[in-house]
Design a binder for this molecule. Structure first.
Ligand SMILES: [Zn+2]
Length: 171
């Protein structure tokens, strides 16, 4: 479970940004951010609402997955608000405002989502957490299109309307 290569990469990333603030979100989850974005408080509130909606078993599975990957280094998961998403990470099947990498990095584009309604921010966070949950439970497939469809369907079952997120455009 513990991946030394991945850890080396994450530690390097962390060193590059010594000004990283760690702000508690919920349970053992922290936001790690270098910037200060106007959407931050709304993001926290949305994240807490989304987290609260999940079944205890789903939360436990995800927290345990992250705990094993983290090996007491307090890095994983990396939940981050960024001014722009890393270039080259755009996946044509994916929602353009956030991405989830290997189930452990969840990054959100603070610039794009600053005018997004709370409900859609929740939809987005829930979507990325579902990607992580599929990695955590070993259900993830290599087919990106299939993954995306599975996550969208699961998010709809949680009461979030993916279509509203797809239609939304940043001002
Ligand atoms: Zn997705």
């Amino acid at each position: 479970m513990f991946d030394p290569q991945l850890h080396a990469r994450l530690m390097k990333l962390r060193k590059k940004s010594p000004a990283t603030r760690r702000v508690h979100i919920v349970d053992s989850l922290y936001l790690a951010t270098v910037g200060c974005f106007s959407v931050e408080q709304r993001f926290f509130d949305a994240f807490r609402r989304v987290w609260k909606k999940r079944k205890r078993s789903a939360k436990t599975e995800l927290l345990e997955f992250w705990r094993q990957r983290d090996a007491n280094r307090r890095i994983i998961p990396i939940i981050n608000l960024v001014a722009t998403l890393p270039p080259g990470k755009a996946d044509p099947t994916e929602i353009p405002y956030a991405w989830c990498n290997e189930g452990i990095i969840l990054e959100f584009d603070a610039t794009s989502i600053k005018n997004m309604p709370d409900r859609l921010i929740e939809t987005l966070i829930s979507h990325e957490l579902l990607h992580a949950a599929r990695t955590a439970s070993g259900r993830e497939t290599d087919d990106r299109n299939l993954e995306e469809l599975a996550v969208r369907a699961a998010n709809e079952r949680m009461g979030y309307y993916e279509e509203a997120l797809t239609r939304w455009k940043p001002k």
